[in-house]
Design a protein around this ligand. Sequence first.
Ligand code: ADP
Ligand code: ZN
Length: 730
Amino acid sequence: MFTAGTIVKVLVSNIPSAGYDYRLTAPAAIGTFVGVRVMNRICVGIVWGIGDSGLPHDKIKDVSLVYDAKIPVNDMQWILRMSEWTLIPMGMVLRLIVNIPDAFSPPRTEQLYSFNFDSNARITQNRQAIMDAFASNDNDPMTVADIQNIAHVSPSVIRTMIKNGGLIPGAQREKNIDSCIFTYQDLGNIKLNEQQQNAADTIGESIKSGGFSVYLLDGITGSGKTQVYFDSAWRAYSQGKSVLLMMPEIALTAQFMSRFESRFGAPPVVWHSNLTAARRREIWRGVLNGKIKIIVGTRSALFLPWQDLGLVVIDEEHDTSYKQEDMGNYHARDMAILRAKISGFPVVLASATPSAETLENVNIGKYKSLRLTSRYGGAQLPEITTIDLRENRPTSYMIGNVEQTGYLSPLLCDALSETLAQGHQAMLFINRRGFAPIVQCKKCGWTATCQECSVGMTYHKRIGKLLCHMCGRTAPLSKVCPDCGCDVYMRGIGLEKIQEEVTARFPNVRTALVSSDVITSRQVLERLVKQLEDGEIDIVIGTQILAKGHHFPNLTLVGIVDSDMGLFGTDFRAAEHTFQQLFQVAGRAGRGKYAGRVLLQTYQPTHPVLTAICSGDRDGFMRTDMMGRKAAQMPPYGMLIAIIIEGQKETVLQKYCQDLATAAPILHGAKIMGPITAQIYQIRNWYRMRFLVAGGTNMALQPVIERWISKVKQPVNIRVKIDVNPINFL
Ligand code: ADP
Ligand code: ZN
């Protein structure tokens, strides 16, 4: 405990530095949250230790506020180690923790609005978005700013709705609610099967004895991993520990919440990016004062100010959404494991398709694998076969009197007919949004590209426009080439094209599209899931959004329209990711009492990814894939660090990259590649160059890179992003 008057170092949130000295105005322990003045603003910081700036005492400012809250000393160590690993400055790591506005200010008086459900107004897209924003916050009243941020609607839309009575002004003051604080009990209504019980007991032993350990809960789709980690959560909770269940945003489904509630008697507290400022504050403080003990949340929930965290579960651990790629690159799974290692508690990674990184850690004995090898309740795994498109060629079909190229083979069409005749549902998977990815002139070669990004624009029929998938800009589709006046034509296929074909071939069938263009919030997704469950949809055509966590008992056929799409990706994880994706999609079929089947359309039926999917030989496939990576010294057998440099002026960017190249250190056992132009050279008018540093896993490359970059003067309007073990190579 430092006494009042002591000069301490304060790590300040959102300032990219390792801290500044201040004079304490009240006693405070290490880790105490304080308010300090930085350039005339009060910022939140934590007392890091004794001051070490050596500045004369009369130059040192007083701490403005000492709060009655602190973070555990172990987590300070975690901040430091995370900063060293990711090269995110410590103050910016702290900002991930102090991730709410006005963390410590008293409840504010602000005009709040409630949604008027009685209004007879037409359900427009905007009104629906606003309704969903309220729904994702338990219909609590919201400020205009919240509505704007969560529903992504313009202020004028909100003003109009207020005028029309669609939004009703309500309480002026933010409630200081305890609505998030629940007590849980194990209702004892779940009996684990033998494999589940063994896994649960093993993890339970670790929870009981404490200490760091990592378990891979490796179970096929539908094997009941959730109930196993619920058991672990219960054991940790009943010992007074806090528990974080992390999952990808799209897996935070109502189905999941109700499973949680029916096991524990109360709903979980949910943390994700679409919460109101008031709710975020309430949850943050509830976690800080130890009243909220269990959170189900996305990757940012790891950064809540946890007290006495005793278990982190990472569901779908292979999912790339755990990798944060803007505002500081980090991998939430890895950072959770780092946190657990420092604080000494177990981590459970759950997946049906674990990442190569995790499998390697099992191989070398760092993680312990617990396997669930059969579907719960005896449901059978679907039968998976390929359709060789070289032999079973799709026939053309007609729209009006125009002949169209078909993409659905006769075999797949027959399977669809049979499924529909049985009254079951089918899913067609194609991982490409829109109608056609390329719009081109056959005569002169003109191609529709984005003005601000160096990528082509995709035609989206639903909105009747061209859309840039990089920056979201839209442009009208002109029927003729702007350069030579000839007709333009569409190349390639997207979801909407397949929907058109399905509708043409099966005129009375009810279809639904599922892609990020349509599924704009979890509420929209829930509605769609409900429609599927209620049998209001016959064929769902979608990207991978539905590939996770859902359970549709009547869905018995999955057709993969273009299995070759991901096979020839440009980075070393392409095969792994394609395998995971197809495997997960296939796992949607036949989860109920009817057997399922999966058909993969391909021109490459002997490709190892596809033969492995068909035979279900995940382990064999991953073994071969990992051998290749070992030979190439790629992760997990080597380490990569990408340095992405972006600039608004090409000349300045090129010059800076040359200067960096000149100053590049000579490394033993590691090499620096680049600079090269990034695969996508321009995004939102920023030009992009990349370096890639490759070395062994045991090399401390980060300090070398930090020194290297700090040596070269960085011009204005240049951004440098460092990505340790990148997933994205664009
Ligand atoms: P996974 O996450 O491994 O794909 P789930 O946890 O979704 O599998 O389980 C599949 C289905 O089996 C779910 O409907 C789940 O409620 C049910 N289930 C799993 N384990 C049990 C159990 N021990 N008792 C009752 N139902 C279970
Ligand atoms: Zn663009």
